[in-house]
Write a protein that binds this ligand. Sequence first.
Ligand code: GLC
Length: 834
Amino acid sequence: MRFVAAIVLLLAAGGSLASTVAAPAVDTTPRIEHRRDGVEVHRGAVSLRVTALTDHVLRVRIARDGAFAEDASWAVPAQVRRAHVAVEAAADGFSTTALRVRVDPRTLRMRVEDGQGRTISADAARPFDADGRAFTLRKQLPQAEHIFGLGDKTGGSLDRRGQSYVDWNTDAYGFSSATDPIYKSIPFFIGVGGTGGSYGILLDNTWRSWFDFGHREADTLAFGAPDGPIDYYLIAGPSTAEVVRRYTDLTGKAPLPPKWAFGYQQSRYSYMSADEVRQVAARLRADKFPADVIWLDIDFQDRNRPFTINRQAFPDMPGLVRDLRGEGIKLVAITDLHIASAPGEGYAPYDSGTAADAFVHNPDGSVYVAPVWPGPSVFPDFTEASVRDWWGTLYRPFVADGIAGFWNDMNEPAVFDTPTKTMPLDTVHRIASDDFARRTASHTEIHNVYGMQNTRATYDGLRKLRPDERPFVMTRASYAGGQRYAVTWTGDNASSWDQLKLSVHQLINLGLSGFAYSAADVGGFTGGPSAELLTRWFEIATFTPVFRDHAAKDTPRAEPWVDGPEHLAIRRRFVEERYRLLPYFYALADENARLGDPVMRPVFYDYPDAISASCDQSMAFTLGRQLLVAPPPTPESPQAYDVCLPAGGWYDYWTGLAVDGASVDGASQPIQSASQATNEKRSSSLVVKETPRLDKLPVFVRAGSILPRQPLVQSTAQTPTGALQIDVYPGADCRGQLYADDGHSMAYRKQGFLRQVLRCTVTADGVRIDFAAREGQFKPWWKQLAVTIHGWDGAGYAMAGGHRVEGVADSAARTLRFTVADQPRAATVEAVHR
Ligand code: GLC
């Protein structure tokens, strides 16, 4: 029957099969059946069902032999999958309030248009092939379209067009920009630049799927899998931001992390003893190097056995936690999933797991055993809810010791001494979870979600053990939706300039794929960075979501101080800036938790025209809407480079001066206003020439920003003293946001937060700042606001609550500064020229 379906499709597409078998006895009259929420198209044995989950999100499922695959998902929760809106039927399909869907029942080709008839996505001539259980879907890839997302896949550029990829979670030690597959499978990508605007596609299939973005055929987008459901979501924008937000509506938002996750994090494989950890902490503090976390890698354990402690090296874990807490430093500990196979040795995770029959089985029913760090190991079957519950309980002793966060590594799962680097495909998982039917599944089906379910077990376990604390879990492997449980990092990268560049692309694409919290091992895991590379990496990491310095065993040390005082001073200056920017980072976290906007973004996310900028933008990114970070596109090269600043005006972050304003030494120099350039669309964008200097990283603030910053602290555990700093950079649509809460508990879900929108307007007399009413009931640490208005000339004063406050003007910096009381209620503060 399936074979027949494939033939029917080939014939429909104009293919010829000279020696075909006799005509099948199936009804091949194509027909469209209208449903309240979409259509079902029948063509022979194949059915195509398109449903509108919302006015902008379609779900497309294909049944190749009359029956649709099980309606269950690890990525999209049941209540989200079941959402639907009523549609308006048309002869050839249907419309929602935003989309027009046309399906040709003879070919099964689908076209999705916006309300103006512009194509958002259109199937290729041969939209669908099945070959046995395998399937291929094909869509047109217009020339103007760029492709992003797909998690932290490698490749030479941010844009994935022209590349092809395989999703198969792989322990890719020492990967390069040409390695594929690597650790994660996030089968979601975004098309940007087509006539109907940006759109996204999530192929919700956990098998070894593949994606070809115009690699084999330049104008064709193809994807498929060797088995599993033919089930994908098409998410319309038109903006990229709308696509990403809607993708996170489908697969979930990353929960608000504890504030300390934004602090500087020091790691190494491994700090070998409590004494060494104390020395690292002491050195960070002696060097006045702000830091929040030290990581414990596998050597803190007894014989690499997860959930144990090497008591010779770490005799008193609660004591260590207490001492570090006094320094404002928290511990994150690794807890790999492979449990040592140690029968009769009193190793509790093995014994309790065995009693619960928690481990993955061989086809013959025996428990699968294979070598990883502890030697022979067994592997929890995280697809069973009860096994996840059991796993969660393993954290109880570490939680009691006060360990703050946990690291789920090796969860592809990695297995040693086998060419496949993972477990055999026929090992047996038992699914008892969500709305899946209770059934067994081979590892082929589960492999790509195994790591995600590992982190789910950890996250849910921590929620139970510490119900009022936000969990912090870091993972290496994951699947679409894994952002609900863990932050992620890009695995075992290398100490090279190429990898620094790759890491920027990876983190941006992770953000577009729902993972707003991501890190790359700063300095590179393998090899050992040069002093220059490590310094540059520190500078760039300052503006990335999660900043962890980590390095492999037997590599040179890579802590901030290892290259002498000059490098240390530069690295410290940047990390200090990160700590000053914490209120901004935290407001972005709040925005991400509610809306799904990434923390670190491609420039075109907020500035769509940037997609066609003339500069090499391959290293540029934005941190929220307000900051544009522009590292050298060839970071090892001293060559000058151009930065394209989107229309609207920009300020130099470091000097505070408008980029087209008076120049001071070291400030960015505009070389050309693009009005001189031919492209009318960018008529008011600026091209700025930058000459790389190791101690400098160009960062720009959008004109029309209000940026909150705080006095320097050495740790997020410290309460800043002084005023909250409010920097106002006048320009169009000028706004900013304050967000605060206690930084660690769940109280923010019950009014224990503060959120306030600020807007600025240039008036005839100066600049007006409007404070909206505050949401939430959290009382912040600041009592005063130290306001700096940028781009200010001459003397001035401020009016706040009917009182006049003198301002201090600085003609060289072109600023007016004044301090006013905190504004907890809707209020206006005006800066007035004198
Ligand atoms: C893996 C991890 C690495 C860690 C090492 C030891 O290689 O990717 O970060 O240091 O295992 O646990």
